[in-house]
Design a protein around this ligand. Structure first.
Ligand code: URA
Length: 252
């Protein structure tokens, strides 16, 4: 639930009981009719035994089950981290490249999972995804000041003057006030680590351009305290985020 401080995840919801077909539907397995058939046909296991009763009420909290032998855990909501590869669009209706949703299981799409904010099609790295509207809203809110860490590769060599400009703030077209990096460090001759708290359109690329350089590659390596490297995801891979990892996204 949203709170004055921000968003708190409720991983221990009020115990709720549902019939198995409704549970399967809520988890994205298909229509109620299809899920009822899965159960009736004996395709669903609970605790190692086939469960064919579509009428019994089952406790969802902590429920583990298998469909066609594949194990699943009941999740009221999905919280996912994806290591986004280049040449994937975050849009729900991608036009020039495949969408990031195509990297996720069909079930998640049926649950209406969406990217939390957007990365450009050529930007790689950490992208959060969820089907929890309150989480997406809170996480995208500019009022929360969640730092996002980017590693930018530049065309021209980086200089201390460039760093000073980015820290001092640069004026972007359509932005009323100059935008500044929270921190900015030189990583190499053509590489900067830039931390931003806003999420304006093409912000890193436009800030570098406004400071007289050009971004040739961009990777998001961290959101809040959640570091992509700690998730050990190859490009294109995703993982569920647990309670501890989600807590790292909450400032303070
Ligand atoms: N800044 C950009 O320019 N592009 C991104 O994808 C993210 C931040």
């Amino acid at each position: 639930m949203p709170t004055p401080q921000g968003y708190r995840h409720d991983f221990h919801p009020v115990m709720s009981k549902l019939s198995l077909d409704r549970i399967l539907q809520s988890q994205g397995f298909g229509t109620r009719k299809y899920c009822r058939k899965l159960v009736a046909d004996g395709d669903v296991n609970i605790a190692g035994a086939i469960f064919t009763d579509n009428h019994a009420s089952i406790e969802t909290d902590g429920l583990e089950f298998a469909v066609f032998g594949e194990p699943h855990r009941y999740r009221e909501h999905l919280y996912i981290a994806l290591n986004k590869p280049a040449n994937y669009e975050c849009s729900r209706k991608p036009s020039h490249h495949p969408g990031v949703l195509s990297l996720l299981p069909e079930q998640f799409i049926r649950r209406d999972v969406q990217p939390v904010g957007r990365l450009d099609h050529d930007t790689t790295g950490l992208l959060l995804m969820s089907d929890d509207g309150a989480f997406i809203h809170a996480q995208s809110s500019p009022r929360r000041h969640i730092p996002k860490v980017y590693v930018a590769t530049t065309h021209d060599a980086v200089t201390p003057e460039l760093v000073m400009q980015l820290l001092g703030g640069v004026k972007l077209h359509d932005e009323p006030a100059p935008l500044a990096a929270v921190t900015c460090n030189i990583l190499g001759a053509h590489q900067l680590k830039i931390v931003l708290e806003q999420g304006k359109y093409h912000q890193v690329k436009r800030m570098l351009a406004a400071a007289g350089n050009h971004c040739t590659a961009l990777r998001r390596s961290q959101i809040g305290g959640l570091k992509l490297d700690t998730l050990c995801l190859a490009e294109g891979e995703w993982c569920y985020l647990d309670e501890e990892q989600l807590a790292l996204l909450t400032p303070g």
